[in-house]
Design a protein around this ligand. Structure first.
Ligand SMILES: NC(=O)c1ccc[n+]([C@@H]2O[C@H](COP(=O)([O-])OP(=O)(O)OC[C@H]3O[C@@H](n4cnc5c(N)ncnc54)[C@H](OP(=O)(O)O)[C@@H]3O)[C@@H](O)[C@H]2O)c1
Length: 404
């Protein structure tokens, strides 16, 4: 009996801890409740903080028919990207706008600031409003407006904030992830230095979704890549996977920091200058990677997964004329014309359709239509907590069904 009670107590305590529900002394967070039990559902938050504490699922009334120049879309898959976490934490420079159009009798009514999570996603057109041309039911579209709130089952979106993508030749996962990581990879390979067949590129975080896109786009251009990854139990398996995507060499950071590694690289390149380095990690290992760069090279930083600063020897600037840049795909979208954006998507879609750019390895988290909002909230919070502990080696994609 005692052991049963203890087990039960432990179960509840563990469950509360696991789900991040305990706030402080005796305080337990109640999820927002809504009187609406079926309809459109979104993963939302009203204040910034740890996603495993501030996110919750909420059902909203079904949407009205799309107004003029607006399209009603149903989301098929929406990625959870590292930047989405930063946005919820409140530490990302791009801020989402509150979703005033969602009304409910629960928390997050029209009066308070309610934000829907998610930046990118693939959706299917369900209905088109008056004045829409070039789009019809069942077309696939991706979001071009940053922070558009894609962790939702359906939405009315302005026609200028979406772009049609081909349904045939692309998988749902490829299309859902095509507006952030592949463009980042493509632009970093093209915008800083003109590289021709046989030229070399070095990059860290090479098994990230961006890194894997870099490997494939570089291989399609005939470029050679030296790719750095973290040591792990099944490192040979990871190396094989990246080599299979077209990487020339895959190396751990321990190997990179080893004594004779620069000699090995000289052997690989035949002494040819390496003129492009891509960094999403920073910290000490990036200093070692930068030392591999040759004359007039460019080091492009687009992330800082180690959360450490980037520190570079001054000699690289003086004697090798190194140039450093920061790349941000959001800035690229802001500064380029819709035509340039369309051209970029066409190029990426064509690489994907030709089998030269695979979608990321992924897992789909389904928030099922039969889950109640409370259950869905627990599922999301648990996932966010596991994500923070690095429990997913694969890209995580959300599929949010309407509440039945
Ligand atoms: N600037 C831009 O426009 C732009 C666009 C897209 C993405 N990004 C950034 O690029 C980065 C990668 O994004 P993603 O979506 O491709 O990521 P992802 O697929 O989720 O992969 C994350 C990568 O970071 C690595 N990592 C995590 N913590 C690390 C640490 N402490 N030290 C070294 N490596 C670590 C992981 O290595 P393990 O597998 O070893 O855990 C993995 O390779 C993120 O920082 C993201 O914000 C920037």
């Amino acid at each position: 009996m005692i052991s049963t009670l203890r087990t039960r107590h432990l179960f509840f305590a563990l469950n509360r801890q696991l789900l991040g529900l305990t706030l402080g002394q005796g305080q337990v967070h109640n999820f927002a409740t809504s009187s609406i039990t079926s309809g459109n559902r979104a993963i939302v938050y009203t204040s910034n903080g740890d996603p495993s504490s501030v996110l919750y699922a909420q059902t909203f009334p079904n949407l009205p028919p799309p107004p003029p120049n607006t399209v009603n879309v149903k989301f098929l898959l929406s990625p959870i990207n590292p930047a989405d976490i930063n946005v919820i934490e409140g530490v990302y420079p791009t801020k989402p706008v509150p979703s005033h159009s969602l009304s409910t009798s629960g928390k997050g009514s029209k009066d308070s600031s309610l934000f829907v999570g998610g930046n990118e996603g693939l959706a299917e057109v369900v209905d088109v409003g008056p004045g829409i041309t070039g789009l019809q039911q069942r077309d696939w579209v991706v979001m071009t407006k940053p922070q558009s709130g894609t962790w939702i089952s359906s939405k009315n979106v302005s026609a200028q904030d979406i772009l049609k993508v081909p349904r045939s030749g692309l998988s749902e996962a490829q299309a859902a992830t095509m507006t952030v990581n592949p463009p980042t990879a493509y632009n970093m390979l093209h915008d800083y230095v003109e590289l021709g067949e046989g030229d070399w590129v070095v990059q860290n975080g090479a098994n990230s979704a961006v890194g894997q896109a870099v490997i494939q786009i570089a291989a399609a251009k005939g470029l050679q890549t030296i790719n750095f990854v973290r040591q792990r139990d099944q490192i040979d398996h990871l190396k094989e996977h990246l080599l299979g995507l077209g990487a020339t060499h895959v190396v751990t950071y321990e190997e990179l920091c080893g004594k004779s590694f620069r000699d090995k690289v000289k052997e690989w390149t035949g002494g040819k200058n390496i003129r492009l380095g891509l960094n999403c990690v920073s910290g000490k290992t990036t200093t070692f990677m930068a030392r591999l760069l040759g004359q007039d090279a460019h080091l492009v930083s687009y992330g800082a997964m180690s959360k450490e600063p980037l520190s570079l020897p001054t000699s690289l600037f003086i004697f090798k004329n190194l140039t450093c840049h920061g790349f941000w795909q959001s800035r690229w979208y802001l500064r380029r014309t819709p035509k340039e954006r369309e051209r970029l998507f066409k190029t990426l879609a064509s690489l994907m359709c030709n089998g030269k750019l695979k979608g990321p390895e992924h897992e789909v988290l389904v928030v099922s239509g039969t889950d109640e909002d409370n259950q869905a909230s627990l599922k999301i919070r648990d996932t966010m907590a596991r994500l923070a502990r690095g429990k997913f080696g694969k890209k995580l994609l959300l599929k949010i069904e309407e509440t039945l």
